[in-house]
Design a protein around this ligand. Structure first.
Ligand SMILES: [Fe+2]
Length: 454
């Protein structure tokens, strides 16, 4: 199997995570009644939200790590076939509040203090939250993306939260596995549909791994324990997680009731996985579709694309305890999504953003048929690059791919972004609608479609 190694070009010289469309924007913009080509489906009533790092002061190029920049939220409000507004707003934290001339956010703080929050943005029980991993508390945002307060979900978060709470369509819960460098345990927690969290299990992890994502099936909570760990010898101000070749990569299968006595560890290939697309139970096996990075945070300390990525299917045989893998897509890709109604269940379609093989850049979107291994491409045009493609099901749909793909797409020719809506069933064809934004939305992390019902 060929692992695509990027040229040394982007590992040396200037930091690519501060250039081009990775560069931060400096202004908070509010724009109304945005121009639309095509037709926005009338039933799309809500907000397409996104978040990513956006350093408020230009950091030192050599030192800056993409994961550490001040958070900025972006939102596009759709209603009645119109693009009513676009807004971007800094997520207020302890560092940027004085620079922005804004007061310190009210609300609880835990040991992580008023840390940067930059990784995901989602609706929970009718409220909007920006979230982060590694011990930080979420920031609750107003409908129009102003930072309102720190939140520990009404006192129910014992420690910090996570980047990737996973929606379980069978129960309406969110599942999450959190970590915190100062703790020697991982926490499996559930957020109930009423927005209250409950810690279900504490998993020993004295080596303090970075655990960015998790997965669940109808029987298991899937824990990723891969060889990136906290290194307290790294100097203050530098990204503190590093590749740790001393660690055996492993996947934990925890029964959904959280009985840690029955936690089972399975050896995994040497790699790092930021994102699981989906997982489900099969006969005597657990299936896990992952974006597998050959290596991260080893030689390169600025971001995650040190080596190639591939979309892989991992099959964990519950009888012999072995993990085997098959490739679903060899071209570099990241930010996998799917129809959330199929979370934890056998499914067929996933969607990713392509990643350039020889530089840190994005490009077309992919639609993966994981049952056949075939991939469709949507090319947004010259100098265009999509961010995470978000699937939104059509109301009343019965087919898995009956819905739309919404994403923020950077258009390098006009150095600004569009929101592009695709018909997921006609993925390669002309977009259903293109909404022209007046500004750039920098390459960042994650987003979600949040209906007005929450
Ligand atoms: Fe992520």
């Amino acid at each position: 199997m060929q692992i695509v190694e990027p040229g040394i070009n982007h590992l040396s010289h200037t930091n690519p995570f501060l250039k081009g469309n990775f560069a931060p924007v400096t202004v908070e913009t509010t724009a109304f009644d945005l121009p639309v080509q095509g037709t926005i489906p009338e039933e799309l009533e809500g907000r397409l939200l996104r978040i990513g790092p956006n350093p408020i002061q230009m950091p030192q190029h050599q030192q800056y790590h993409w994961f550490t920049g001040t958070g900025m939220a972006h939102g596009l409000r759709l209603r009645g076939g119109r693009a009513e507004w676009y807004r971007n707003r800094f997520i207020v934290d302890g560092m940027n509040a004085p620079i922005l001339g804004r007061p310190r956010l009210p609300g609880p703080e835990n040991g992580a203090g008023p840390n940067v929050v930059n990784t995901n943005i989602l609706g929970i029980s009718g409220r909007t939250y920006a979230t982060v991993e590694a011990g930080g508390l979420p920031v609750e945002l107003s409908y129009t993306l102003e930072s309102v307060s720190r939140s520990n979900l009404a006192g129910t978060l014992e420690h910090g939260f996570v980047a990737h709470p996973k929606y379980d369509p069978s129960t309406g819960q969110l599942h999450a596995v959190s970590y915190e460098p100062k703790l020697e345990t991982l926490s499996y927690m559930v957020v109930e549909p009423n927005g209250m969290a409950r810690t279900v299990a504490q998993i020993p992890a004295a080596h303090r791994p970075m655990v960015h994502d998790m997965a669940f099936t109808s029987k298991w909570i899937v824990v990723l324990d891969l060889p990136v760990t906290f290194d307290q010898t790294i100097g203050r101000g530098n990204f503190p997680f590093t590749w740790n070749s001393d660690r055996m990569p492993r996947i934990g299968l925890l029964p959904r009731d959280g009985d840690v006595r029955l936690l089972r560890w399975i050896e995994a290939p040497s790699c790092f996985v930021f994102h699981v697309m989906n997982a489900f139970d099969s006969e005597n096996a657990v299936i896990l579709d992952v974006v597998r990075h050959a290596r991260v945070f080893d030689k390169w300390r600025n971001g995650p694309f040190e080596a190639g990525t591939m979309l892989m299917r991992w099959r964990i045989d519950l009888l012999n305890g072995k993990l085997t893998e098959t490739m679903l897509e060899e071209r570099n890709c990241e930010f996998p999504r799917f129809n959330d109604a199929f979370g934890g269940k056998e499914y067929r379609f996933g969607y990713t953003a392509s990643v350039a093989a020889d530089s840190v850049n994005f490009g077309p979107a992919y639609k993966h048929d994981v049952s056949t291994g075939q991939t469709e491409i949507h090319d947004y045009g010259p100098a265009c690059a999509t961010l995470e493609p978000v699937f939104v099901a059509r109301q009343g749909s019965t087919e898995e791919d009956d819905g739309w793909i919404l994403s923020f797409v950077y258009n390098g020719e006009r150095d600004a972004s569009d929101v592009v809506i695709l018909n997921a069933k006609a993925f390669s064809e002309k977009p259903v609608a293109i909404i022209t934004l007046p500004v750039r939305v920098p390459f960042g992390f994650h987003g979600n479609w949040v209906t007005d019902a929450g």
